[in-house]
Design a protein around this ligand. Sequence first.
Ligand code: ADP
Ligand code: MG
Length: 542
Amino acid sequence: QYRGLAGRSTHEVLQLYSARGQQQKLQRSSVVVQLHGVIKRLKQDLKSLRSCTLQLSKDFQRQSKTYLYQVLTAVQGIQLQNEAMQMFQIKAFDLEQSLQEVTERYEKEKQKRRALHNSLIELRGNIRVHCRIRPLLPFDTAAGHSISQDRQRNFSEEVAYAADDETVLVKCSRPGHAPTNKSFQFERVYSASESQDTVFADVAPLLTSLLDGYNVCIMAYGQTGSGKTYTMLGPQSEENFAFFTEDESELGIIPRATQEVFRLISEKPPGSYWVEVSVVEVYNNDIFDLLAKDSCGKVFGVKRDVVTTREGKSDVPLLTHETVENASEFLHLVNKGLQLRVRHPTLVHAHSSRSHLVVTLTITTIVSGDNFGTSWEDEQTSQRLNKEVSCTFPQKMRDSKSTSSSRASSPTQLEATEKPKQFKTRLQLVDLAGSECVGMSGVTGTALRETSFINRSLSALADVLGAIAEQRSHVPYRNSKLTHLLQDSVGGDAKLLVMLCISPDQKYLTESMQSLGFGTRARQVQRGQVKKKNFPVPSKAK
Ligand code: ADP
Ligand code: MG
């Protein structure tokens, strides 16, 4: 800078300096101007940045408020749900408790019901007699029926009828005598118009007793043609002695009772009951097993015998018992037995009314050690069952064919305290042979034998009922195969229903009076029972 000043005058130097100063000043001021512009832009940016930030923070605040609100709502919702859940839990607990209470009450009511039901049945008597009068039918006027010719008339007159539902009225008129009316009282009298439904409605309560642990027997008594088979099985076709009806309302007591038994069982815990069936015919004091099969599985009638076991019960060794799981299996099986009843050569007899048919349902109940005491709370029942319990495992249920003897020998012995116990109750359904008093004179050969066997077995039945009525220490069950076979469902605390069947027509008057007489004598048993209730006897007293 200074090199250029050499040789220059002061004035020139000063001029030079001032020119340079001016230049620098100009440069500086332009820089300042530029800086100013920059600062101005910066200020503007800052301003817009600030407003952006402001906006952002406002947005942030707004949004966070929204989110906070949402979170709060969610939390509240969860709290509400929690509370509701707790309420539900409390309610569920309450419900569980009340269910338990109801279950306990139900159990108690069930036990009370069982005790009451039994008292009711006992008050009615362990033996009751019902009487059914069938309608007049076309064959009553036709000739050639089993009644002897001298008593055949070509018109029919109704002489027996139901005066009310407990009284039978019989118009007795003899030539030369003024007509008299005789009346007979029974627990229930069915008029000719009363249906199979109505008859069964009075039978059904006995089946409740069956599942409560009592043996039950229902038998139809009456002369040939009085409606025994109709009442017990239903209408029959000429060639087919079976459940021939298509119309369910016509079915008799046997199929209906089986349906009812399976219905009652379906209300119980599954697997606690099972049912076996046997079908026998008592013909000329011989017992025929109608379900026995030969080695090829073909059904044929086999003669069996009835014995008394060491426990004093009646038993038919080797008798075929088939397990059935529903009513239709039962009907199929009994149908097979009934077919045989008319087909088999050893069982030849002119009419099904010449033999007694006994269909037995054996119900085995399995009671586990735990509920043995509770489900049979009725002391009397429990004690009785405890006596009868056989501590064995059930044989496999679908091991369908078994016999008394195989059942007695095969089951595994168990400790009585822990293992399931089983006991058996029996329902015996009997279609008795015709009770007509056919005179022996003039009857020969097969008919004579048949008649004398029928007479003997029916009078043995009357003797047994008489002995029970008089509470005799010895009841002559063994006087006939029929009474021996029915021993356990006629005596003791078993429930017996005798269904007297009566033809209303004048020409059957003698037979009808005989049947009504039998029924009246059987009713004495009931009176005996009522007396027993008034003067408690140890075995009955609670
Ligand atoms: P049993 O077995 O006593 O010899 P059945 O039951 O075979 O007599 O009856 C004889 C006839 O009378 C049959 O044709 C039957 O259908 C009919 N019968 C019996 N009772 C009635 C009734 N209550 N209603 C209609 N028909 C009946
Ligand atoms: Mg019959």
